[in-house]
Design a protein around this ligand. Structure first.
Ligand code: NAD
Length: 477
């Protein structure tokens, strides 16, 4: 059966279809999904523009009830949705169910936020005049998402956009239409009015570009790679659109001399390799104090040896496949680059044969690497991390900050003094002390600094900065 796009409240076939197969088992067909062409996207944008006046003036309670129904259904179906997510993206079934659950909770959180959009009132500096500061929705929002969190990232953009009264044209990554289609189906059945939410699946170069260039789209929220994001940023700027970019990372984890070894190893193992290392917040640079270096590497390699890499649906799998053939090629290319640069592979880096045919890569750990190497400067986005040996904490902080990125950072230490110092000096948007760099809450701001992010933060109540515009009103009565 063909899963269609949702345009103006109608399920629409599109001009061609793409097959969605599993990276754990390329013979496992998840479904066929319609690809939108430029005309489809134009119609979706027109529908969203036409629906905006009604939706933006609907009561917050009306919007809240719909979002609440969506969140409640996703939570109730988290195991079934998680299974589809695990099949199409490749993270393990428990990780995928947790992501589906998080998406449900995000919709429920923003169901509450829809009711809490407050303004301010001040006396003017001029007698007899009152000043009101109010927030209003932007209009049509274009939402463009990557493949690595196929339900959570769409949820954390779509839910606030709708909660605050915007209408949406949503383009998911072409690798993962399954979860996107589920969101559209649930929203549709939850009673979202026609045109308020539109799903247009397909290629970035076709669907994404029409969204970015359309004068009717007021704002674009994008998560993905740096080159695509920067291009979109420039296009939006040239057209006077608001834009929010969540991009790559090269996140450091410092292992201080006084770290609890078990904690440090667990934090590194989780941060570097869970979800196959395909998280923008993954720890890819392990910056380890000379005093603990050898023990840390020995214990991490031991722990990596216990990781089971296999089909994401199999019980006991710790690390699923890489998400696609092209991502696997990128990972292998960087493993070759690391070797050529003189880093030593202490573990993994080779392809694994499983019972099913998929993109299985043994998690890789480089040692003897320096921060100048390409493997430590460029985002690999796979189960590949490298250890950089440093002589003390001061050098560790300098190396941690010596990167064009600034998404997440972490430190493993038992010292309150070092933890407090690192919190202040880290040039990242999110700092973790004795917890993995990846893995965040949905009710607090998410985002980075430097080349990792552009524009206001996502998630939690701070999401309103992007999805609303301030208006200052002066009233003489
Ligand atoms: P990508 O940049 O290739 O694609 C992201 C989205 O942009 C996809 O939907 C794609 O179809 C679309 N796109 C591609 N070309 C386009 C164009 N010309 N115009 C409009 N849209 C276009 O990224 P990806 O490979 O899907 O995802 C991996 C990247 O995402 C990594 O760099 C990762 O760090 C980043 N990421 C960042 C965060 C964050 O919050 N900072 C979170 C997750 C992933």
């Amino acid at each position: 059966m063909l899963n269609r796009n949702l345009i103006a409240g109608e399920w629409t076939a599109g001009s061609f279809a793409s097959r969605n197969t599993s990276p754990s088992d390329i013979s496992d067909l998840i479904g066929e999904y319609a690809s939108a062409d430029a005309q489809d996207v134009d119609r979706a944008i027109e529908a969203a523009a036409a629906a905006f006046p009604g939706w933006s003036r609907a009561t917050p309670e009306f919007r809240s009830d719909i979002l609440d129904r969506v969140g409640t259904e996703i939570l109730a179906r988290q195991e079934e949705i998680g299974r589809i997510l695990a099949r199409e993206e490749g993270k393990t079934l428990p990780e995928a169910i947790a992501e589906a659950s998080r998406a449900g909770r995000i919709f429920r959180y923003f169901a509450g936020e829809a009711l809490r959009l407050e303004g301010e009132r001040l006396d003017s500096i001029r007698a007899g005049i009152e000043v009101e500061i109010i927030r209003e929705p932007e209009g049509v929002i274009g939402i463009i998402t990557p493949w690595n969190f196929p339900i959570a990232i769409p949820a954390w953009k779509i839910a606030p956009a709708l909660a605050y009264g915007n209408t949406v044209v949503f383009k998911p990554a072409d690798l993962v239409p399954g979860c996107a289609w589920i969101i559209a189906d649930v929203l549709h059945r939850a009673g979202i009015p026609s045109g308020v939410f539109n799903l247009v699946m397909g290629k970035g170069s076709i669907v994404g570009e029409v969204i970015v260039r359309s004068p009717r789209v007021r704002a674009v929220s994008f998560t993905g790679s740096v080159p695509t994001g920067r291009r979109i940023g420039v296009e939006c700027m040239e057209r006077g659109k608001k834009v929010q970019l969540e991009l790559g990372g090269k996140n450091p984890l410092i292992v201080a001399a006084d770290a609890d070894l078990d904690v440090a190893v667990n934090v590194a193992l989780n941060g570097s390799y869970f979800s196959t290392g395909q998280r923008c917040t993954a720890s890819s640079r392990l910056i380890v104090d000379d005093a603990i270096h050898d023990k840390f590497v020995e214990h991490l390699v031991e722990a990596m040896g216990r990781l089971k890499v296999d089909n994401s649906l199999n019980p006991g799998t710790d690390v699923g496949p890489v998400a696609s053939q092209s991502q696997l090629e990128q990972d292998l290319k960087y493993i070759d680059i690391g070797r050529a640069e003189g880093a030593r592979l202490a573990f993994g880096g080779e392809l694994i044969k499983a019972e099913t045919e998929g993109y299985f890569l043994k998690p890789a750990l480089f040692v003897d690497s320096t921060n100048e190497m390409r493997i430590n400067r460029e985002e690999i986005f796979g189960p590949v991390a490298s250890v950089i040996r440093v002589k003390n904490y001061e050098e560790a902080v300098a190396v941690a900050n010596d990167t064009e990125f600034g998404l997440a950072s972490g430190i493993s230490t038992t010292s309150l003094k070092l933890a407090s110092d690192f919190k202040r000096r880290s040039q990242a948007g999110m700092v973790m002390v004795n917890v993995p760099t990846a893995g965040v809450d949905y009710h607090v701001p998410f985002g980075g600094r430097k080349a990792s992010s552009y524009g206001p933060r996502e998630q939690g109540k701070h999401a309103r900065e992007f999805y609303t515009s301030l208006k200052t009103v002066y009233v003489q009565s």
